[in-house]
Design a binder for this molecule. Structure first.
Ligand code: SAH
Length: 226
């Protein structure tokens, strides 16, 4: 048991060194969270030996658990402090929420598929993440009942910047979101809310996420095959 535990921790450490730190993520708290959170728990059982692969993996309902590097990049860009309240849109496996939970005081994560939300809750409980709440709904509208947030991380791609989410940020709060009208590639943006109600925007580079489907996202049948 102990040996097994040491082996998976060692595998996660290797993942962090070769895929994440090597590509320039330097935030010590993010790297530590990526070593501590048991990623293998959040991938389907038959894919466990690929849990630390350098890419996304299927999790059912046509969705994926994001590549480890992308999870770390978004968490670092969100600039999360220990007292922060964070919103994640797109719970998927629950892995990204677990990482955010390690960095923040409290996390609310919104998932539109009820079955994925249910499974993510079970895995988060198994992983001992007690400060993460998974809710089911249309995350393009955010989660106004718990707003404002210090950071919002969106793990599916809308065609345009989602306005409702910007409004649910504290002044100085960061929205990390992949935006693009092309289903296969987007720009990862960091929008920081300013005191005058506007935003400062930084482009973090090219990415490829599954579509964000909802009122301020793609329609049910849009966003495919473009
Ligand atoms: N953070 C996840 C990645 C999941 S992939 C992880 O670590 O595993 C993106 C997820 O966004 C999918 O589960 C998809 O169902 C969800 N999604 C898409 N549109 C959404 C919306 N409008 N509201 C909430 N979740 C949405």
């Amino acid at each position: 048991m102990r040996n097994q535990e040491d082996r998976t921790t060692a595998a996660r450490r290797r993942m962090v060194e070769t895929q994440i730190a090597a590509r320039g993520v330097g935030d010590g708290r993010v790297l530590e969270a990526m070593i501590r959170v048991p990623r293998e728990l959040f991938v389907p059982e038959h894919l466990r030996e690929r849990a630390f692969d350098d890419g996304p993996l299927p999790i059912g309902s046509g969705q994926t658990i994001s590549q480890p590097y992308v999870v770390a990049l978004m968490a670092e860009a969100a600039g999360i402090e220990p007292a922060d309240r964070v919103l994640e849109i797109g719970t998927g496996s629950g892995y990204g929420a677990a990482i955010l939970g390690h960095l923040a005081e409290r996390v609310v994560s919104v998932e539109r598929h009820a079955d994925l939300a249910e499974r993510a809750r079970a895995r988060l409980a198994e992983a001992g993440c007690r400060n993460v709440e998974v809710v089911c709904g249309d995350g393009t509208l955010g989660w106004p009942q718990a707003a404002p947030f210090d950071a919002i991380v969106v793990t599916a791609a809308p065609p345009l910047r989602p306005r409702a989410l910007v409004h649910q940020l504290e002044v100085g709060g960061r929205l990390i979101v992949p935006v693009g009208a092309d289903r296969h590639s987007q720009r990862l943006l960091c929008l920081t809310r300013t005191a005058d109600g506007g935003c400062e925007e930084v482009d973090l580079g090219g990415v490829a996420f599954v579509p964000l489907v909802g009122e301020e996202g793609w329609g049910e049948d849009e966003g495919h095959g473009r």
